[in-house]
Design a protein around this ligand. Structure first.
Ligand SMILES: *Cc1c(COP(=O)(O)O)cnc(C)c1O
Length: 366
């Protein structure tokens, strides 16, 4: 069978490996997954309670207005319901945005190493891709490329902080850059980890209400998959001016988020002790990862997220990833991004200790 041409140039997203599958395949008793930036403390207690309470409603279609969750988000972020769209993960909002703006005659702009889904969706629309040569976000390069291809570029993706490298631009420099972009170009600000960055450094804090107020062409993305511990339920959101939200709504299938997920997400927003514990653990454990890197002369970039990226010179990241896997530790090899590096999601103190012990023994054996 012949398929559409664009499929030939499309790579398949490589998700983190599954814990149960690895346990079986390698015969390891206790598998630790530090690969998908999930919350190491599990499901937030308030969300768990909500899931139990609503388990007997699986036969009902969800409330398609999603007003309970929208009201909570609107209140928390100081926007109106008309400024919000909820998706099956913020991934789905990226898909809507791309389908709303890109086509074979235009282009998008992104950092060389950033969230893989931008390019995957954009290529489905046949749009051309411009990338910076720097691996991390370099606004001078963004500016230069945008000015060179201004008429063509219809989406700019900024991942703040960036997955899979962890760096984060300051709010003030981002705003200044945004002011130089034409109103017909959609600025997608991916804040999947912005809660982590804001906790560490207030200069990184992006407020969707401020962005929407100043820019009619901005779309801010947030997710419940990382800090809020609900990756398995698939809930994310986009915030923008009402005109953008209306356009994205045309691409949405009804009931795109299930009712248990909607209710659990609303409950998770209230679980402040859970999110606080997550943030504090994350950045205290980050220090241990930095010390470990120093001890073994591994390079890393300052991370504003719940993961850290280790770069290697002589040692091979694919080899190291495979060796860790055999010991039951799943991390993310960044070979597919063209880097000799690995991304490690910060776990509980117990999980991190196991990583250090196993990785240390691997490095010493080399
Ligand atoms: C995880 C992630 C998302 C979206 O995750 P969903 O589970 O689809 O909400 C979006 N952007 C980045 C950079 C991410 O890391």
């Amino acid at each position: 069978m012949k398929f559409n041409d664009f499929l030939q140039h499309l790579s398949t997203y490589e998700p983190g490996k599954d814990i149960e599958l690895i346990a079986k395949e390698y015969g390891v008793k206790e598998v630790i997954k530090l690969a998908s930036n999930e919350n190491p403390f599990g499901t937030p207690p308030k969300a768990l309670e909500s899931l139990k309470q609503n388990a007997n409603k699986a036969h009902l279609y969800p409330d398609d207005s999603m007003s309970e969750l929208k009201n909570k988000l609107a209140q928390k972020y100081g926007v109106k319901n008309e400024n919000i769209i909820i998706g099956a993960g913020s991934d789905q909002i990226i898909e809507f945005a791309v389908h709303a703006k890109l086509n074979p005659k235009n282009a998008f702009l992104q950092a060389r190493v950033t969230f893989a889904m931008y390019e995957i969706y954009a290529k489905q629309c046949g749009a051309k891709c411009y990338k910076t040569t720097s691996i991390t976000h370099n606004l001078d390069e963004f500016k230069k490329l945008y000015e060179e291809h201004r008429a063509e570029i219809k989406i700019i993706f900024l991942c703040l902080p960036n997955n899979p490298l962890g760096e984060c631009l300051n709010r003030s420099e981002v705003l200044e850059f945004m002011r130089g972009v034409d109103k017909d170009c959609l600025l997608v600000i991916d804040g999947a980890y912005n809660e982590f960055a804001s906790f560490k450094d207030s200069k990184k804090h992006l407020k969707p209400c401020e962005l929407i107020k100043e820019f009619e062409n901005v779309l801010y993305l947030g997710t419940f998959s990382k800090l809020y511990g609900l990756g398995g339920l698939r809930v994310g959101y986009g915030m923008a001016g009402a005109k953008i939200i209306k356009a994205l709504y045309k691409l949405r299938a009804p009931f795109n988020v299930n009712n248990l997920a909607l209710k659990a997400a609303a409950a998770a927003l209230d679980d402040e002790s859970f999110t606080q514990k997550t943030l504090e653990n994350n950045f205290s454990q980050m220090e241990l990862y930095k010390e470990f890197a120093k001890k073994y002369s591994i390079k890393s970039i300052e991370s504003y997220t719940n993961f850290i990226t280790y770069f290697f010179d002589e040692k091979n990241s694919t080899d190291l990833t495979e060796k860790l896997l055999k010991k039951g530790i799943i991390i993310r090899n960044l070979k597919s991004y063209g880097l000799n590096a690995m991304r490690i999601t910060l776990g509980t103190p117990y999980e991190n200790e196991r990583f250090f012990t196993e990785f240390e023994s691997i490095l010493k054996e080399l």
